[in-house]
Design a protein around this ligand. Structure first.
Ligand SMILES: [Zn+2]
Length: 467
């Protein structure tokens, strides 16, 4: 089956290939760096990571641009509260965002671009929209007149034809019921930072930023534009209105949106006391891999109900996979190859790939792998699994992990034991045992244990893993 995605624009599942057949030109709305990203934000970024990895597994190259929104209403307010410049204020959270996404093993987009480094481009875009008659100016601010763009509403599938001409909105985020002419360029209020430009002093609205940076680096028509469902309106609707007014071409061929994350079936909110950042979860002792697993385990178009039981179950699932891999790598199997198992491995691979081709159905893809692990563990126990089946099984796990990326344990900073150190200590323990120096052997075992290393003595020697 061909690769296909649900396209918010057409409200249908469509076959996907990049326009040039080779490189996927993709834009994803990045963070507004006024705070630490919470796990709801990180769910969207994890979905985009899985999308990246699967597009590449399907043989495509990527040109992926993500913006960093480093000037916006909330940032200006917060920076002023702390008597900091916008740059000082946003720098700490930009760094934190990059650290958190690296911890979660999210691949870096090919290009990360900051809004404040593209003010000139945005000013030129506003001038173009002015020249084409899509704007008007009031009190030094420039607005986009949505009546001038008859297709307004085509992404969110709303009919805005009854909206009163000239009703305006200055804030970056607003509800559907408030569809209004939106601000492209904001005149500065008292004590607000601003840029002096040919269209007057001020700062860009949030929406123009993404249109401008997307088209600057990816061209008039993108292959894929992504974001959370909360961005469909007004943000992405406005991006389409701006970009298509400038170019007269479709702005993006595919629009992919990921659903919300709830905590214990409730909306995550600071006021509800159920608001978590990645840092919060790590401080509670959870691993980045378990968080990553939870975030990717639910298909992106379904609401994800985050629970601590679910996070615990993710850690157990990862352990099962790691133990399976260890077994493949260390157990001695009888010679030969079992044809039935070869066929079973092929089936699992096909199920895994078909599931991801089907609009990234990660739940089914994981299901296919776990059923396989269960079947093969049984075959190993009964001696049916042969040495000749190992390679294909490991290959399947590797293909799985190219997407899931959970098999490698995060090195614990505090344990400080590199793999080589662990191996050396295990060798020392073997020698001590051979020399019947059992106190020394126990001492080494204890040392490893304290560093979070678990030993398992088998017929074939000692296996180890990190806690
Ligand atoms: Zn955006």
């Amino acid at each position: 089956m061909a690769l296909r995605f649900y396209n918010t624009l057409t409200q249908s599942v469509e076959e996907f290939a990049p326009a040039d057949g080779k490189t996927v030109r993709m834009y994803t709305c990045g963070p507004t760096v006024y705070n630490y990203a919470h796990i709801g934000n990180l769910r969207t970024f994890t979905f985009e990571d899985v999308l990246r990895r699967w597009l590449r597994a399907r043989g495509y190259q990527l040109n992926h641009v993500m913006n960093i929104t480093d000037v916006e209403d909330k940032i200006i307010r917060k920076a002023a509260e702390q008597h900091k410049s916008i740059q000082e204020y946003t720098e700490q959270y930009t760094r934190a965002f990059l650290e958190d996404t690296a911890t979660l093993r999210l691949e870096r987009p090919e290009r990360l671009v900051k809004a404040t480094e593209h003010i000139d481009d945005m000013v030129r875009a506003v001038q173009e929209l002015e020249a084409k008659g899509f704007t008007y100016t009031t009190d030094g601010s420039v607005y986009y007149s949505i009546q001038k763009f008859p297709e307004y509403g085509k992404l969110s599938h709303n009919d805005f034809s009854g909206v009163r001409a000239g009703a305006r909105v200055d804030v970056d985020e607003y509800e559907k019921a408030d569809a209004r002419d939106f601000v492209l360029w904001k005149a500065p209020k008292e004590n607000e930072p601003f840029w002096d430009t040919p269209i007057g002093p001020g700062r860009p609205g949030w929406h123009i930023e993404c249109s401008v940076m997307a088209m600057k680096y990816l061209g008039a028509t993108l292959d894929i534009h992504c974001g959370g469902v909360d961005l469909i309106f007004p943000h992405h609707e406005n991006e389409i209105a701006q970009s298509e007014a400038i170019t007269g071409k479709p702005f993006a061929r595919f629009w992919l949106h990921s659903e919300f994350l709830n905590i214990d079936s409730q909306k995550m909110a600071k006021s509800a006391g159920n608001f978590y950042t990645l840092r919060d979860l790590l401080a509670m002792g959870h691993t980045p891999e378990a968080v990553r697993y939870v975030l990717l385990s639910v298909p992106y178009r379904k609401k994800l109900n985050f629970t601590f039981d679910g996070l615990q179950a993710a850690a157990t699932a990862i352990d099962r996979l790691r133990n399976f891999k260890l077994r493949l790598e260390t157990e001695k199997f009888a010679d030969g190859s079992n044809e039935q198992i070869s066929a079973r491995t092929q089936t699992a691979l096909r199920q895994f790939e078909d599931s991801l081709d089907d609009d990234l159905n990660t739940a089914e893809a994981l299901g296919a792998i776990f059923e396989y692990v269960r079947d093969v563990n049984t075959a190993m126990d009964s001696g049916e699994f042969r040495r000749g089946n190992v390679e294909a099984a490991l290959d399947l796990l590797q293909r799985f992990d190219c997407i899931a990326d959970v098999l490698r344990p995060t090195q614990k900073q505090e344990s400080g034991l590199a793999d080589d150190d662990v191996e050396a200590l295990i060798a020392q323990r073997q020698q001590a045992k051979k020399a019947r120096n059992f106190p020394r052997a126990d001492e080494v075992r204890k040392q490893l244990q304290d560093a979070g290393i678990i030993l398992e003595d088998t017929k074939e020697g000692t296996r180890w893993k990190r806690k």
